[in-house]
Design a protein around this ligand. Structure first.
Ligand SMILES: Nc1ncnc2c1ncn2[C@@H]1O[C@H](COP(=O)(O)OP(=O)(O)OP(=O)(O)O)[C@@H](O)[C@H]1O
Length: 665
């Protein structure tokens, strides 16, 4: 039902959109009126057709999140800081991607129903084409910061809202995302939102610059500013340059400084020498590195003669050989690249695992909850513990809880604890729950999908309020909690089935790690050798594995993943006669899945030592062949292409090496 104010709004929108061509709109509200015109004339939207917010499905949302996953980690830190400044004022923060989908959100959980109804929620689509004129959508088109206040909105249902939005660009200057601060209600005057817009622009710049510095953490950074004392921390203008003094990146301020006045492309700082852009020789750059807050820091742009103060920071991540020698002894300490041996040891050369571990390293010491997905036995708890031990929380407790293993009737008291006498059968002095036991450290919640719904609600409260209320207590206890949750089930299916809270899911998945199953990993040999060494050490023996037993293990499907691998090796070490594991030491199913030529074990062993040649003359041994087959999911055409054989040759060698595809076993 359209009310009077809405009817008036619709008339207003239509009169602006139909009377004015976009070109000749010049009043105060230029951006908004241009957008109304676009909505009616270009997208065919009708303001009298009221639209409910479009919230995309969790699958689609995840696809959008994955596209800017790394950026979201940086943005989240900025959003949390920004939210602290406005909490209590009923603002909501949205981060949308370049398509206008809200990929991250921070808002008042208590008002989540109203916020969802208004579209101020995770997964909401705020492009102009979908929602009409709005903070995010119009910022996406105009690529500038703006406030879309109440009646500025196109859709009459959005009239109560106020939205201030600022664009975010990636280190290459590509439009990446929008940061938006919105409220369901606000004072009438648009001026009341000046501060909101200012804050949004400020945090957008901070997020963009943090992302820029992360992206170029192996490069030299030249900062320019107009305040002498602030230039070391100011991100107004930043240029990243390489060891030869060539600019490899510029932040938005840096690109604007060199933008041509006529707006045409060109004059990009990237690719040019720092000394071409400023009156700075290589010696001057070193002087700025050493300046350490003192001395002359003024620089002038060569083309436009603008004066700035400058500082230069060394690469944070690596030690570039050429420059280490060039930087004088008092040129400051280079930061060593920190390695994380506990995480690094979890994988060999499997690409998916190496990517995952790099991602895990970037998550360290961020106040983020992490969700780990993976089949049973893939090492979810192992990686959770490695994350804990590699972080600053290493000295604090790591408390692991298997939500699926504790009887439902006990989970509540185990997790939240209880006061003396609060329930029959409890300890007389009460009990500190597992959540409180993990204060300052990490709480690992395994099989989180098995947590009963009413406890999910309590856990959500603990996570959002950072305090826990033990059973029977009248005062909550504050705590510093980091949760790593794991599940072998797809939690989104549980959400769709109504057995898992969506809001808890988003609280838990500050970042998601997907562990590959063992059969898909290309570093099986590394894992086999590692687990064998660990098991042998426990028995205080030296142990090896014969090439045929290794081959059988490499070919096995491992439905129980690394846990099964450990059990198999433990079994083999227990039954083997000597210190060398032979095929006969492996459980029966290993022999069954592996067809020997003529049933003779020695054929495979012999084959393992044979090398075959590709048509290009390159050597290829049995293991390479096997690895390639597995990499290509046993697709013979792809494998033969990769190795440079014809298919017939590949089949011949598979036969020779007794390699049987899984579907023929
Ligand atoms: N990278 C690894 N290196 C050596 N051993 C590992 C590795 N990952 C896992 N394991 C071993 O595999 C077994 C299972 O690991 P873990 O309990 O972490 O798996 P999970 O995915 O949490 O299993 P579940 O889903 O059943 O709880 C353990 O014995 C662990 O030591």
């Amino acid at each position: 039902m359209i009310n009077r104010a809405q009817t008036q709004h619709i008339k207003n929108v239509l009169s602006v959109a139909t009377q004015m061509g976009a070109a000749n709109i010049t009043d105060d509200n230029t951006l908004i009126h241009k957008s109304w015109t676009r909505c009616v004339n270009d997208y065919g939207l009708d303001p009298s057709h009221l639209r409910a917010p479009n919230i995309v499905t969790s699958d689609i949302l995840r696809e959008h999140q994955e596209q800017i996953e790394e950026f979201m980690l940086v943005a989240r830190v900025g959003m949390e800081q920004m939210y602290k400044r406005v909490s209590g004022l009923d603002y909501v923060l949205l981060l949308t991607d370049s398509k206008g989908i809200a990929v991250d959100y921070i808002g008042n959980e208590a008002r989540s129903r109203e916020l969802k109804q208004a579209g101020l929620y995770l997964g909401a689509e705020w492009s102009e084409q979908s929602a009409g004129t709005c903070g995010v959508g119009t910022c996406l088109v105009e690529q500038t910061a703006l406030t879309c206040h109440q009646g500025d909105h196109f859709d009459p249902t959005h009239i109560p809202l106020t939205c201030s939005a600022a664009p975010l660009f990636d280190p290459e200057g590509k439009f990446l995302a929008v940061l938006d601060m919105s409220a369901l209600t606000s004072p009438m005057s648009k001026e009341s939102q000046h501060l909101a817009l200012h804050l949004t622009v400020m945090y957008a710049q901070m997020i963009e610059d943090a992302n820029f510095l992360r992206h170029f953490d192996d490069r030299w950074i030249l900062r320019l500013g107009t305040a002498w004392g602030l230039v070391e921390v100011s991100g107004e203008i930043m240029l990243a340059f390489d060891d030869d003094g060539v600019v490899v990146g510029a932040n938005t301020g840096g690109r604007q400084l060199f933008r041509r006045r006529d707006g045409l492309a060109g004059n990009e700082p990237v690719g040019r020498l720092v000394s071409e852009l400023f009156n700075l020789s290589a010696d001057d750059l070193w002087r700025l590195v050493r300046a350490n807050g003192a001395g002359d820091r003024s620089v002038v742009t060569r083309e436009s003669n603008k004066m700035f103060y400058a500082s230069v920071a060394m690469p944070r991540r690596r030690k570039p050989a050429a420059l280490v020698n060039a930087v004088p002894a008092d040129g400051g300490q280079l930061l060593e690249h920190t390695s994380y041996p506990i995480l690094d040891r979890l994988a060999g050369d499997d690409k998916a695992m190496r990517r995952l571990l790099e991602q895990a390293k970037r998550l360290l010491n961020r106040k983020l909850n992490i969700l780990i997905h993976g089949e049973t036995g893939t090492g979810k708890e192992v990686i959770a513990k490695a994350l804990h031990e590699s972080s600053v929380r290493a000295g604090k407790p790591f408390v692991a809880v298997n939500c699926g293993a504790i009887p439902e009737s006990l989970i509540e008291s185990e997790l939240f604890g209880y006061t003396a006498g609060s329930f029959t059968g409890g300890r007389s002095k009460g009990m500190k729950g597992l959540i409180l036991q993990s204060d300052g450290g990490t709480l690992f919640l395994d099989e989180i999908g098995d947590m009963p719904l009413h406890l999910q609600t309590r856990l959500l409260r603990v996570l959002s309020e950072k305090e826990v209320l033990p059973l029977g207590a009248d005062k909550p206890v504050a705590l510093d909690l980091t949760v790593v949750a794991a599940s072998h089930r797809d939690l989104r299916n549980l959400i769709n089935a109504g057995s898992f809270r969506e809001d808890l899911y988003y609280r838990l998945c500050g970042a998601t790690l997907h562990l590959p199953s063992l059969r898909d990993r290309t570093d099986k040999r590394y894992l086999i050798e590692k687990v064998l060494a660990e098991e042998a050490e426990l028995l205080n023996i030296e142990a090896g594995i014969s090439s045929e037993a290794m081959l059988q293990m490499l070919c096995f499907g491992w439905p129980g993943n690394i846990r099964q691998l450990r059990n198999v090796l433990r079994f083999a070490l227990a039954v083997t006669d000597g210190n060398m594991i032979m095929p006969s030491d492996l459980p029966q199913e290993f022999g069954d899945q592996f067809t020997h030529q003529g049933g003779r074990a020695d054929v495979a062993e012999e084959a393992a030592e044979v090398s075959v040649e590709g048509k290009g003359g390159e050597e290829c041994d049995m293991e390479q062949l096997l690895a390639s087959l597995m990499r290509n999911k046993w697709n013979v055409t792809k494998t033969s292409d990769e190795l440079g054989f014809c298919r017939a040759t590949l089949y011949r060698y598979m036969k020779k090496f007794s390699i049987v595809p899984p579907n023929q076993r």
